[in-house]
Design a protein around this ligand. Structure first.
Ligand code: XMP
Length: 528
């Protein structure tokens, strides 16, 4: 394991990802983590960047024990300055914040050799800089291994120990060879074995689940038909078979035939023990007349928790009955499965300043409050692309593994007016046509998320000789890395033309289709 100590840089999680891309397991912890509290011995430590200055009164600093562990250390940006601050160098404020591309010249020694950190990377490389401070004097026992026009100490190495510092950000894609620099550090200098693969993960995780669930205990979990819950459910099934009970709640605002399709795939094809609860009447009657988006979200969230708890109680009652029958019976429901991913974990533990309190994970709260269940989170170490790779290995069909995200409140936040069965049906049909045509055009995987929105306004149209007065569909498709920002997708005109003509021809109640050309920000991805 490589330990990434996070000083609150917006790029910290990317360091973790780049390590994982080299098949080396990396874990991110707050910079204030005490080395004595670690439950593993890292093979190397990377200190991240930070919005702070090392000399600020309340700036964060590492446990000095980091330097006593004897493992290789790489400081990135603030991390470099932190090394200097600890080991006796000097850092000064630049006149101007340096933000943008720079060329690092790699220093050559006696016989033309370069430092191990830059081995095989040529004479110079383009890198991304983003800092307001820079090193003005390296600590004693360090030498320069790379420089730029403006930063004479852009990269340093200790004379005898494996301690490195670099001013630039190798973790961002704007440093095209940055990933290789990280590779040099973790593979050549830390000598990590590149064995973090999803094949290995399955074996280890299945064993871990079996161990913590014991011989009898049962686990319940909600599935939505999305990638994360499907992969988590299949993994649980691999580990404990029918002692895992999946529950899918049909809330009446799913996509066309979605509950049936999830049942086919998860139960019939993948063998997961699944109960589908048709609660659409309950949800839709609660949503009756509600237009406010937050209100819609709240109703759907709370109703979901109620229904899930009812189903869980039924499973528990059945388990209790079975238990009376004999010693061979499977045990009681002890665990709740959550499809938490690593970005959620990072979000809740990442360093947010000396006074920030650690946030609890937002998905967990509601369900656990009333249920006396322990939490099991088999995906909590994984990034989304790792979950997808895992899904492929678990024989989950490719279209599902690559599927766009779908929000928990479903079509209720894509119907801008009141949610009724009729409105849901109109939107389901339009959405189905839209996605079908995107898939046919081979564009699905280029788009991060695509969906239709039903507007609560009517517009005039003409059909045959008659005037129509019907609703409008807005189409949305975005490209995005992380959904924090997003660009609208540029469709070939003929694809839009086909989609529009099919929707207006096939969906009763719609006579007009528009395409949303707003980016996020200032718009959001969803309309509500
Ligand atoms: P926005 O609209 O905030 O969407 O730009 C960003 C991403 O979040 C999804 N989203 C939600 N997902 N419950 C969810 O599970 C919600 O209430 C919710 N609202 C937005 C949205 O689909 C997009 O992927």
């Amino acid at each position: 394991t490589v330990l990434i100590l996070d000083f609150g840089s917006q790029y910290s999680h990317l360091i973790t990802r780049r390590c994982r891309e080299h098949k080396v397991y990396a874990e991110l912890l707050p910079c204030t983590t005490k080395m004595a509290d670690l439950d593993f011995k890292p093979k190397g430590i990377i200190l991240s960047g930070s919005p702070y200055s090392v000399y600020d009164k309340d700036s964060p600093h590492v446990d000095p024990a980091v330097f006593e562990l004897g493992v290789p250390i790489l400081g990135i940006c603030y991390g470099l300055q932190e090394i200097a601050w600890n080991l006796g160098g000097e850092v000064t404020k630049c006149d101007h914040r340096e933000y943008g591309f720079a060329m690092v010249q790699i220093n050559k020694f006696g016989n033309g050799q370069v430092d191990a950190l830059f081995e095989g990377l040529g004479d110079e490389m383009q890198v991304w800089m983003s800092h307001g401070d820079q090193l003005s004097k390296p600590p004693a026992d360090f030498h320069v291994v790379g420089h730029t026009d403006t930063a004479p100490f852009a990269a340093l190495a200790h004379n005898t120990k494996p301690i490195y510092g670099i001013q630039f950000h190798p973790e961002v894609t704007h440093s095209p060879r940055g990933k290789e620099v990280i590779g040099r550090f973790i593979l050549d200098i830390c000598k990590c074995t590149p064995n973090w693969t999803m094949e290995e993960f399955i074996g280890k995780e299945v064993a871990r689940i079996r161990e913590i669930c014991g011989e009898k205990g049962r686990v319940i979990g909600a599935v939505s038909g999305g990638v994360d819950s499907t992969v988590a459910a299949k993994l649980m099934h691999e580990a404990i078979g029918d002692r895992f009970h999946a529950i899918m709640v049909d809330n009446g605002v799913l996509r066309m035939n979605e509950a049936e399709q999830v049942y086919e795939m998860l139960n019939k094809d993948l063998g997961v023990n699944l109960t589908v609860v048709d609660a659409s009447d309950r949800f839709l009657s609660k949503l009756d007349g509600v237009e406010d988006p937050e209100q819609k979200r709240k109703i759907i969230g709370n109703t979901f928790i109620h229904i899930f708890e009812e189903e869980a109680a039924k499973i528990e009652a059945a388990a209790e009955e079975e238990e009376k029958k004999g010693a061979d019976a499977k045990g009681r429901v002890e665990w709740l499965l959550q499809g938490t991913l690593y970005p959620d974990v990072i979000e809740s533990i990442s360093f947010k300043g000396p006074s920030a309190t650690i946030k609890t994970h937002h998905n967990v709260g509601g369900l656990l409050k009333d249920m006396k269940l322990k939490l099991i989170e088999p995906l909590r170490e994984l990034f989304k692309d790792e979950v997808r790779a895992l899904g492929r290995l678990l024989d989950i069909p490719a279209p599902l593994v690559q599927r766009h995200p779908f929000p928990g409140p479903g079509l209720a936040i894509r119907i801008l007016g009141p949610v009724t069965r009729e409105q849901v049906f109109i939107l389901q049909q339009a959405d189905k046509i839209y996605i079908e045509e995107i898939r046919k055009a081979g564009l699905y995987d280029q788009i991060a998320q695509a969906f239709a929105v039903l507007l609560p306004v009517k517009a005039v149209g003409v059909m045959g000789d008659a005037r129509t007065y019907e609703q409008v569909i807005a189409l949305r498709a975005v490209q995005s890395e992380d959904f924090m920002t997003a660009d609208w997708f540029v469709f070939p005109a003929d694809v839009l033309k086909r989609i529009s003509s099919r929707i207006t021809n096939e969906v009763k109640g719609i006579n007009r289709v528009t395409y949303d050309i707003s980016s996020k920000p200032p718009a959001t991805v969803e309309w509500l």
